[in-house]
Design a protein around this ligand. Structure first.
Ligand code: TYD
Length: 216
């Protein structure tokens, strides 16, 4: 394995990531933040992983349990989907380089936490080692019982959406973001149990403070 530390890599300045276990409300909060930034005249691209590309669709079939796959295969596919999402035409690198703020629902930290919990840390760390980091990441924390209830109320259940696994991933996230503490990327913890408007105001203020100090 490479000797380069996991956290020693370049960051993309106007790239923001939202992370957390299933059902923490990242999608709702991304919608809120994107609205706020656009009203302030900023150009924003809201995106997500897994993407809607053919690789992302293949992953979705596996997560629904329709296409059987080894955990390692899923780890490889998430990395392939991410590579295209970053470097493909109209992707994260191109758009952020062109001055857009890119806001992404999940990124490599999901692979480190979820795949780290299904196939061990080695493979996801290796597959994600060379990808650039966002400059700002919001880590949504909520009690797994509460978030799983939200997921269940939405209907269909994916292979990762059961309580023991969500507890494992929740702990894994703490380790992952602990590992990135000295990376130069700003990590903001979000109490996702609060009302939507309160959380949205907190995230908007943190983002404004960050970009005030690191003007886009
Ligand atoms: P999610 O954002 O929860 O999508 P939706 O709310 O539309 O179902 O993502 C789907 C699942 O994919 C989620 O359980 C987390 C998992 N995932 C990984 O396991 N590894 C990854 O690298 C990514 C990006 C997601």
């Amino acid at each position: 394995m490479s000797e380069t530390p996991l956290t020693d890599r370049r960051t993309i300045r106007n790239f923001i990531v939202f992370e957390g276990i299933d059902g923490t409300g990242t999608t709702t909060q991304i919608r809120e933040l994107v609205g706020t930034l656009r009203r302030r005249g900023m150009r924003v691209w809201a995106t997500a992983e897994p993407t809607s590309s053919p690789i992302g669709m293949l992953i979705r079939g596996m997560l629904r349990g329709e296409t059987p796959a080894r955990p390692e295969t899923i780890a490889y596919l998430f990395a392939a989907d991410r590579h295209e999402h970053l470097f493909g035409q109209g992707g994260i690198v191109e758009r952020s380089g062109g001055g857009e703020i890119v806001v992404c629902d999940r990124y490599l930290f999901s692979s480190l936490a979820y795949q780290g919990s299904t196939c061990g840390k080695d493979l996801p760390e290796r597959l994600n080692r060379d990808f650039p980091l966002p400059s700002l990441v919001f880590h949504f924390r909520v009690d797994p019982e509460t978030s799983l209830e939200r997921v269940k109320s939405r209907g269909s259940i994916e292979i990762f959406e059961h309580i023991e696994f969500q507890h494992r991933v929740s702990e894994a996230y703490e380790g992952v973001f602990g590992d990135f503490a000295g990376s130069g990327m700003k990590i903001v913890g979000v109490d996702a149990g609060k009302p939507i408007a309160e959380t949205a105001a907190f995230i908007a203020a943190e983002t404004e403070r960050f970009f005030g100090a690191n003007a886009v």
